[in-house]
Structure formats: structure tokens, C-alpha cells
Write a protein that binds this ligand. Structure first.
Ligand code: FES
Length: 120
């Protein structure tokens, strides 16, 4: 699968400990900047009822949905509730900018589809 990279601009757009939504084509990506400077990127739509995850409160490696409090691991996308998970995206900091990679590997796709169907 083709690997696409998108430069989203300076990391300074996101205060430490917060998130922000970026539109990449039809995709809404929530990018978080941890208090330790780590970056995380997941899809912005909560699988429960579509809450904007970029507006959630983040802990070390999880975000709490602002609507009903379901939690999602920022490194794996796994949710706190059964059959709820979100896609994660490759994100890095290059020359002080946020760079997102959007290709899904076969393993990532299977993990996501298994979560959606409830298969461990
Ligand atoms: S919409 Fe996210 S927990 Fe309900």
C-alpha cells in the first residue's frame, strides 16, 4: 500500500497536554501532544456516538472522550468498552513540524477490523 506523509505544520499549534483536529482530505485526525512532548494521532471520531476525541482530556497515553467518558489508548487505539476502538496513525516530529503517515499496514487493518467485530 502506498505510504502517504502529510506535514501538518508546527508542533507549537498544540499546547502540551492537549489535542487538535486536523482535516486531511475526508479524514479527521486528532493529534495529541503529551506533556512530555510525545505526539499521538488517532481518528477524531469516537466510535460510541461520534464525540470529538481531539477535545478530550489526555493522560500519559490515553484520551477520555469529552461526551461520555469512554477511554482510548493513544498508542493502540483500544477502547475501554467492548468493541470500541479507533484507528491510530503514524506521527513524528520532523524539524519542529508534525508529520503524519496514513498508510495502514495489513496488521493494523486486521487489528482494527478484529476490534470492530469483537474478535480478540
Ligand atoms: S461519544 Fe464518546 S463516549 Fe460517547
Amino acid at each position: 500500500m502506498e505510504h502517504m506523509r502529510f506535514d501538518l505544520g508546527s508542533t507549537e499549534q498544540i499546547p502540551p497536554g492537549q489535542g487538535r483536529c486536523f482535516k486531511i482530505g475526508a479524514l479527521d485526525v486528532a493529534v495529541f501532544r503529551g506533556r512530555d512532548g510525545r505526539l499521538f494521532a488517532i481518528e477524531n471520531r469516537c466510535p460510541h456516538r461520534g464525540g470529538p476525541l481531539a477535545e478530550g482530556i489526555i493522560g500519559a497515553t490515553q484520551v477520555v472522550c469529552p461526551l461520555h467518558g469512554h477511554k482510548f489508548d493513544l498508542t493502540t487505539g483500544q477502547g475501554s468498552e467492548a468493541r470500541e476502538c479507533v484507528k491510530t496513525f503514524e506521527v513524528s516530529q520532523e524539524n519542529e513540524n508534525i508529520v503524519i503517515g496514513l498508510a495502514l499496514t495489513l496488521k493494523d487493518r486486521r487489528a482494527y477490523e478484529n476490534c470492530q467485530s469483537g474478535t480478540p
